[in-house]
Ligand binder design. Structure first.
Ligand SMILES: Cc1cc2nc3c(=O)[nH]c(=O)nc-3n(C[C@H](O)[C@H](O)[C@H](O)COP(=O)(O)OP(=O)(O)OC[C@H]3O[C@@H](n4cnc5c(N)ncnc54)[C@H](O)[C@@H]3O)c2cc1C
Ligand SMILES: *[C@@H]1O[C@H](CO)[C@@H](O)[C@H](O)[C@H]1NC(C)=O
Ligand SMILES: *[C@@H]1O[C@H](CO)[C@@H](O)[C@H](O)[C@H]1NC(C)=O
Ligand SMILES: *[C@@H]1O[C@H](CO)[C@@H](O)[C@H](O)[C@H]1NC(C)=O
Ligand SMILES: *[C@@H]1O[C@H](CO)[C@@H](O)[C@H](O)[C@H]1NC(C)=O
Ligand SMILES: *[C@@H]1O[C@H](CO)[C@@H](O)[C@H](O)[C@H]1NC(C)=O
Ligand SMILES: *[C@@H]1O[C@H](CO)[C@@H](O)[C@H](O)[C@H]1NC(C)=O
Ligand SMILES: *[C@@H]1O[C@H](CO)[C@@H](O)[C@H](O)[C@H]1NC(C)=O
Ligand SMILES: *[C@@H]1O[C@H](CO)[C@@H](O)[C@H](O)[C@H]1NC(C)=O
Ligand SMILES: *[C@@H]1O[C@H](CO)[C@@H](O)[C@H](O)[C@H]1NC(C)=O
Ligand SMILES: *[C@@H]1O[C@H](CO)[C@@H](O)[C@H](O)[C@H]1NC(C)=O
Ligand SMILES: *[C@@H]1O[C@H](CO)[C@@H](O)[C@H](O)[C@H]1NC(C)=O
Length: 591
């Protein structure tokens, strides 16, 4: 009997020791600066061959100017192209918002030595599904920190991480029209299959040759089906047809185990639900997506830039503008407005609108404000969405600065019932040119975005919203870290003001254009805790080891701030489960 008990206790100790070891191994990712775990050269050589020699070194966007000796011509070009978003998306190491590269140097600080910052040192320039699969498998086998990047537009820095392995999807540019039959038997003509690297400007241009449109974003350089669509995706036509994620018929993906899968309403249903709104970089690598298209609408464009002589007159105009918002929304208007100092720029449009009708509506508002200075005003018809897009939005898309955003979705009922309160909050949170801040209004919700029949993981906050309001705070490269912290906390104050019109405890914001320092982000970004919890349980089933982890993404709350280590509590939880398991086994044994 004693021998029996001793051997049981011994068994118990051995099991616990083993579990401790496993927990420790799992706890942290292997980073490139750790030679004790980073794969050796021969592993990399074999891997590089398996991806057709597409393993490439990565440098921050300013690195061209800091080599020894610096390459003068390449550097001059980099400085000239610094704010060119197309150029930035072509640089494997560049982020669109320079702050996320987090290097010690910049284009206007002169030739100081440049650290690698948050930029990975090694990337796979993937162009095929096999490249993606091989990369995912390598990361799995060697416990590497993996990051996925398409264009680097992410406002929370989710597509870069120091000493990680970067999976770069920018050159997966295939785009085809499909006669798509859904798994439920529905025939959908003119569905479009868009590859991971395609950017909205390219997709719009390509579809325009068929006189078709897809529901995309306002920026030509944002990736069509990456973080944009997987986090919901709003744009000029979303009031007309719904969110970008609402248009998805099917995904072709590589899951965390390296397998290639079709994801639609019949196959991998949970993943299909999660990928339509629940987050990029969290559930799988999306290789391509099949989307509905629509015949291109014509567009009535409304452009106004108006300046008031003083704050009182400005506040009046903002009040009447917000009071008038329901009329504009009911007339089919969508678009953007920008508020700085005592100026507002309005870029609205009406898909398939009527020029005369639209002009009459706008005149109702403007005729009361003949004392304001109209720096620009024009109402015009464009024959197609693409004609409108390429002559207006496509032209102004500069990036390359340092910026943080804070935002709130503003419910439609609040805009309709308490317009003066909304106007007051917008007046207070407007931007100030001397402070490098701006308030950006998006009339991109309501209409078809409010269609609650669609069952996907887009935040429920979108379904009741009319406006998406962003306060943007920029700073210079030479702004001190202390001053950056002051700006970040000032941004929180602005969000607190927007919060007063955001609908109370259930208020939310758009995960793609939000403050990385947002408290309670699970509820704020995913709309409800229930939505978040469901996504997290799907995440656990499709990616049990957390290979796809990014800042404020589903499941990231189990990881340390730098996302490289499982939090102790989580590791402990695994542990406790194991202990309970062992105890139960022991108990059964005694019986
Ligand atoms: C100038 C500018 C304009 C913008 N305009 C709009 C707009 O009009 N509407 C709007 O809704 N948003 C807009 N955004 C926000 C934009 O949607 C987000 O920045 C989004 O994350 C961009 O996705 P991306 O794939 O291009 O960027 P990336 O930074 O490359 O990736 C973003 C996230 O998605 C993941 N990811 C990327 N590709 C894949 C993939 N194929 N499979 C799995 N995960 C992937 C990355 O890991 C990362 O977590 C804008 C941003 C900028 C900078
Ligand atoms: C590697 O870099 C990370 C930060 O990116 C740091 O936390 C870690 O200590 C470094 N490891 C080694 C072995 O230097
Ligand atoms: C490199 O690592 C692999 C896998 O860990 C190992 O099998 C191989 O022997 C190593 N090669 C060298 C040259 O160290
Ligand atoms: C991968 O292989 C290609 C082709 O042989 C080579 O040009 C490239 O330098 C290799 N990558 C790395 C990081 O060694
Ligand atoms: C922006 O960069 C792209 C890609 O490098 C280039 O083709 C384009 O001409 C650049 N635009 C401008 C205005 O320089
Ligand atoms: C940027 O770099 C600094 C200094 O290395 C570091 O303290 C900080 O945490 C980094 N910030 C981000 C967002 O990575
Ligand atoms: C950077 O170095 C280049 C080449 O040595 C030189 O021409 C240039 O003046 C330097 N710029 C600064 C800001 O020091
Ligand atoms: C990445 O691959 C594309 C497509 O093959 C190629 O045009 C591009 O030059 C490559 N970029 C780098 C940095 O290797
Ligand atoms: C869809 O198209 C296929 C092939 O053209 C046809 O056989 C089928 O009957 C159609 N289904 C429906 C529901 O119209
Ligand atoms: C214009 O002013 C009149 C008179 O004050 C007011 O009744 C009307 O509502 C205003 N129109 C708009 C669109 O603000
Ligand atoms: C703008 O900046 C000044 C100081 O630079 C500060 O006093 C003021 O409060 C700021 N205004 C806002 C609205 O942040
Ligand atoms: C910081 O950079 C900005 C923009 O590049 C410049 O206008 C300003 O003079 C610089 N300030 C200092 C103190 O160098």
């Amino acid at each position: 009997m004693l021998r029996h008990v001793t051997s049981i206790i011994l068994f118990f100790i051995i099991v616990i020791l083993r579990q401790n070891l496993i927990a420790k191994e799992l706890r942290c990712r292997c980073l490139m600066n750790d030679s004790t775990c980073w794969p050796n050269l021969s592993v990399w050589r074999t891997f590089n061959e398996s991806v057709n020699g597409r393993l490439i070194p990565v440098q921050p966007s300013v690195a061209f100017c800091t080599g020894n000796p610096p390459n003068i011509d390449v550097c001059a070009n980099a400085i000239a192209q610094w704010t060119n978003a197309t150029w930035r998306s072509d640089q494997v190491g560049a982020m669109q918002n320079h702050n996320w590269e987090n290097t010690s140097c910049s284009d206007d600080l002169g030739n100081v030595t440049c650290t690698q910052g948050s930029v990975p040192r090694l990337a796979v320039n993937a162009t095929t599904a096999e490249h993606v699969q091989a990369t995912v498998r390598l990361a799995n086998t060697n416990n590497l920190r993996l990051v996925i990047k398409t264009t680097g537009h992410d406002y929370l820095g989710r597509s870069t991480a120091a000493d990680s392995l970067l999976l770069w999807l920018h050159y997966m540019k295939t785009i085809t029209l499909e006669q798509y039959t859904s798994c439920t038997g529905e025939n959908i003509s003119n569905a479009v299959r868009i590859g991971a690297g395609v950017q909205w400007g390219e997709a719009y241009a390509w579809l325009s040759t068929y006189n078709l449109i897809a529901i995309g974003g306002a920026s030509p350089t944002v990736g069509a089906i990456g973080g944009f669509l997987q986090n919901g995706g709003h744009g000029p036509l979303t009031r007309w047809k719904g969110m970008a994620a609402d248009q998805v018929l099917e995904f072709d993906v590589v899951t965390a185990d390296g397998e290639r899968q079709t994801v639609n309403a019949c196959q991998n249903k949970d993943l299909f639900w999660a990928l339509r709104g629940g987050g990029g970089g969290s559930f799988a690598v999306v290789l391509s997506t099949v989307l509905r298209t629509f015949p291109s609408p014509s567009m009535v464009s409304i452009l106004y830039t108006i300046s008031a002589a003083n704050e009182i007159r400005y506040a009046h105009f903002i009040r009447d503008f917000i009071r008038f918002m329901p009329t504009l929304a009911d007339a089919g208007c969508a678009g953007y407005f920008y508020m700085i100092d005592t100026t507002i720029s309005i870029a609205f449009f009406v898909p398939n609108g009527d020029l005369t009708v639209t002009t009459a509506i706008i005149d109702q508002l403007m005729k009361n404000y003949t004392d304001l200075q109209f720096i620009q005003n024009s109402i015009a018809t464009f024959p197609s969405f693409y004609a409108y897009f390429s002559q207006t939005m496509a032209k102004s898309n500069p990036t390359g600065g340092n910026v943080l955003l804070g935002s709130r979705l503003i419910p439609e009922t609040i805009v309709r019932n308490q317009p003066d309160q909304v106007a007051e909050a917008l007046f207070q949170t407007r931007g100030h040119s001397k402070n490098q801040s701006m308030l950006i209004g998006h009339l991109v919700a309501g209409g078809q975005v409010s269609n609650t029949l669609i069952d996907n993981s887009v935040s429920p906050g979108w379904r009741t919203a009319l406006l998406h309001m962003i306060h943007a705070q920029e700073w210079n490269d030479n702004t001190s870290v202390v001053d950056q912290e002051i700006l970040a906390s000032r941004l929180r104050t602005q969000v607190d003001i927007l919060q007063t019109i955001a609908g109370g405890a259930q208020s939310s914001c758009y995960i793609n254009e939000a403050d990385p320092n947002e408290p309670n982000w699970q509820q704020k970004f995913f709309g409800t805790q229930v939505n978040y919890d469901r996504l997290k349980s799907i995440k656990k089933s499709v990616d049990p080891n957390g290979l796809f982890i990014c800042k404020n993404c589903v499941g990231s709350d189990d990881w340390s701030t730098d996302l490289n280590c499982l939090k102790k509590s989580t590791a402990n939880r695994v542990h406790i489960t194991m202990h309970v398991f062992v105890l139960v086994k022991l108990f059964q044994f005694f019986k």
